[in-house]
Ligand binder design. Structure first.
Ligand SMILES: Cc1ncc(COP(=O)(O)O)c(C=O)c1O
Length: 344
């Protein structure tokens, strides 16, 4: 298989050497196998295909300045997958099994790990857990298949740190008030596609959802958390219906470390007018600065209130936080927080 064209990487599927698979059946996990074919043989009656009994994770491996290979906070993803699996009522791998499989998939696909010099490029790791036994009734699957996939990627949207325009969807939600919003289950993403597709048609990169109970507070974007910066304070929503982002938690830690205040609390929509910088945060690009945030009574309506942040580039405080995290990921500075797992 030929080496990827590093300068052209986007956030998209590409074939690598192997994927890993382990199956939970009769109370135990199988040995982990490496498969060169990423087409699975699966019962057409598998619960994942009918009732969305599926959860997944996303994390990254980086080639460091010193040539070493680093994975960013895999234990956190392992724990979040366990939480999602418990919600679906299916078996999850242990933290140790999860982390070992992350390391192994990177090693087996090391030719696809972008070089240190390529800005914004990394190896995206996609752990995926599906209910896989044949079933007809609505019930949690007894058997589960855990897949560890990876692909070399560039920046998720445009280039790293390109500012984007986003829109608030007041007439669409991604999650229910007491629903699955805080779990990384595939069904949440299916439910956000209608409004995301509409936002794309209108020229926006993402939808900012409000809290589904009152629609008074900001929740999060389709695949990233929200943050705003006001003076020396990093503000991010507290809400039961948003995914606990590992990047967001890391940014909060770095913000405190760099002397900023951090507030995690409900963020009323009116407060959007008072931030100096606003961004999306998540594994895919760490930070995507928001340039224009458009609030409409409905996605379909012509009426709009526009909040503008900065001049289309990443604001200085966001940039400082971004650089700190990326420097840890790429081994350019010491990791004072113990976030890195090395792949030997
Ligand atoms: C809905 C949603 N929110 C937030 C995030 C960011 O989470 P993390 O920083 O752990 O990637 C993601 C991406 O995983 C997501 O899909």
């Amino acid at each position: 298989m030929s080496t990827p064209n590093w300068s052209n990487l986007t956030f998209s599927y590409s074939k690598t050497n192997t994927i890993l698979r382990a199956v939970y059946k009769d109370g135990a996990w199988s040995e982990v196998e490496s498969l060169t074919d990423d087409n699975l043989k699966l019962s057409a009656f598998a619960g994942c295909l009918h009732y969305a009994i599926e959860c997944f994770e996303g994390l990254k491996a980086f080639r460091g300045k010193d040539g070493k290979v680093r994975i960013f906070r895999p234990e956190e993803n392992a724990k979040r997958l366990q939480r999602s699996a418990a919600y679906l009522g299916i078996e999850a791998p242990s933290v140790e099994m999860f982390v070992d499989m992350c390391k192994r998939v990177v090693k087996e696909n090391i030719d696809f790990l972008p070089p240190y010099e390529v800005t914004g490029a990394s190896m995206y790791i996609r752990p995926t857990l599906i209910g896989s036994n044949p079933q007809l009734g609505v019930q949690s699957s007894k058997e589960a298949t855990f897949l560890m996939l990876c692909a070399p990627v560039g920046a998720y949207v445009g280039g790293a740190l390109d500012a984007v325009d986003v829109v608030i969807a007041r007439n669409y939600d991604r999650a229910a008030p007491n629903g699955s919003g805080s779990y990384k289950v595939g069904g949440n993403y299916a439910c956000s596609l209608y409004s995301l597709n509409m936002a794309h048609k209108l020229g926006y990169k993402a939808v900012l959802y409000l809290d589904p109970r009152t629609r008074v507070h900001v929740d999060e974007f389709n695949s990233s958390n929200f943050f705003g910066i006001k003076g020396n304070t990093y503000v991010t929503p507290e809400s039961p219906s948003i995914l606990p982002s590992i990047t967001n938690k890391s940014l909060e830690t770095v913000a405190r470390h760099l002397g900023m205040e951090v507030e995690r609390r409900p963020v009323p929509v009116e407060e959007l007018a008072t931030f100096e910088e606003v961004g999306e945060c998540g594994t895919a690009v760490v930070i995507t600065p928001v340039h224009k945030l458009v609030d409409k009574p409905t996605l379909e309506s012509e009426e709009e209130t526009v909040y503008t942040y900065g001049d289309g580039k990443c604001g200085p405080k966001s940039l400082k936080l971004y650089n700190y995290i990326v420097s840890i990921q790429k081994g350019e500075i010491e990791d004072p927080f113990g976030w890195i797992t090395f792949v030997e």
